[in-house]
Write a new protein. Structure first.
Length: 378
């Protein structure tokens, strides 16, 4: 990553904590979010600060395992560990944290988490049927709307919701434009560079700062400011599918790059699943309910949207292979791995590699052997 933009990214992240402190001193509420299913638009519409919460590092997992089972998903343990050790500043800033009933591990973890922080859990349907699931889900969002109104003392009107939807659509469009630069071949951004920008922007309280920064990085990447292109020796292009990754849980991305290939795209919820836009021409609560329920996560049964998204991305990013990453004990993604491999191989004739690991570095060399063999096969 160019030194100038890297320094700017670091500066903005340092300013972010000051921005949050200042906003809270002015009486604004802060709401922390754990999952992509929770509409931040509702918090934004009430004038609250909204940000993602920590959960991608191995450091706090030991503390979490004093309470949680060891054979649990590392994302859940990391999230809980940051809370019990009070080492995530965004958790500390939050007046309330928001979760969803996605997997069983998260549902039960949120029960324990509520001992440390006021926790609101959205009861997420387990399918995306518009007849049976959409109505109850919209009701959940209405309940959340009332919770936020009570917390902030602000009435969340339709006008406020429309404004919030437009702002969040701009942010997601900026994220998509940034990720889409890697449709070019060779890819202008390394996967690790892209991941770091997307990860850090998720914590920003001032969304305009994040939008402006992503636009600037997108323009710089298109101009070749990040990598020297070598069309004669293009790297193999890998799409990373599966569980979310972030700074601290990116060892697979690093190993792929060390093996001479590029992770050009992320299908997961820390990547391309965030590129949707909420409809701006209908009732805002209807629009939010419809769009967020359609998120193609493995907790949904069936989850046909994931194959639709993969079909689009494999073609648009001209990938040579797909690595499907599963965190240990993430049963929904682990079970779904068979269908994903079958779909990719039958539809595109591409070889896939399924990896199951956690946040620790202990299996790095084993992963390296498998990943390097996979890249060589490509």
């Amino acid at each position: 990553m160019s030194k100038e933009i890297m320094n700017k990214l670091q500066q903005i992240n340092e300013e972010n904590l000051s921005d949050i402190r200042k906003a809270k001193a002015e009486g604004r509420a802060a709401i922390g979010f754990y999952c992509l299913y929770s509409p931040k638009e509702i918090a934004v519409a009430a004038g609250a600060i909204s940000f993602s919460l920590c959960g991608t590092r191995n450091d706090p997992i030991a503390a979490a395992e004093e309470i949680l089972p060891r054979n649990l998903c590392p994302l859940i343990k990391s999230s809980f560990g940051f809370a019990v050790t009070d080492t995530c500043p965004y958790f500390s800033f939050s007046d309330i944290v928001v979760g969803d009933t996605t997997c069983d591990g998260k549902k039960k973890m949120f029960e324990l988490l509520s001992r440390y922080k006021t926790t609101h859990v959205l009861q997420l349907p387990q399918n995306q049927d518009t007849v049976t699931a959409l109505g109850p889900w919209r009701g959940e969002l209405e309940r959340f709307r009332k919770v936020v109104e009570h917390l902030t003392g602000v009435e969340i009107t339709e006008t406020r919701l429309h404004d919030a939807i437009r702002l969040m659509n701009r942010e997601r469009s900026a994220r998509k434009a940034l990720m889409d630069v890697n449709k070019a071949n060779p890819a202008p951004l390394k996967g690790s560079q892209l991941l770091e920008v997307l990860f850090r922007v998720g914590f920003l309280a001032k969304r305009e700062k994040g939008i402006q920064l992503m636009d600037e990085i997108t323009a710089a990447a298109r101009n070749g400011s990040f990598r020297a292109k070598d069309p004669k020796n293009p790297s193999k292009r890998i799409l990373l599918s599966g569980v979310p990754v972030g700074v601290g849980s990116d060892k697979v991305v690093k190993i792929v790059e060390q093996g001479g290939a590029d992770v050009v795209a992320f299908e997961n919820c820390s990547g391309y699943k965030q590129t949707f836009c909420v409809a701006e021409d209908k009732d805002p609560m209807d629009a939010l309910a419809e769009q967020y329920l359609s998120t193609p996560c493995s907790v949904m049964s069936p989850n046909t949207g994931r194959c639709d998204l993969l079909r689009e991305m494999i073609r648009d990013f001209s990938v040579d292979g797909v690595i499907d990453l599963t965190w240990q004990a993430c049963h929904t993604y682990n079970v779904e791995a068979y269908q994903i491999a079958e779909f990719v191989q039958k539809t595109f004739g591409l070889p896939t590699l399924h990896l199951e690991t956690d946040y620790a570095e202990s299996d790095t060399e084993q992963l390296r052997v498998r990943i390097e063999a996979y890249i060589e096969m490509l």
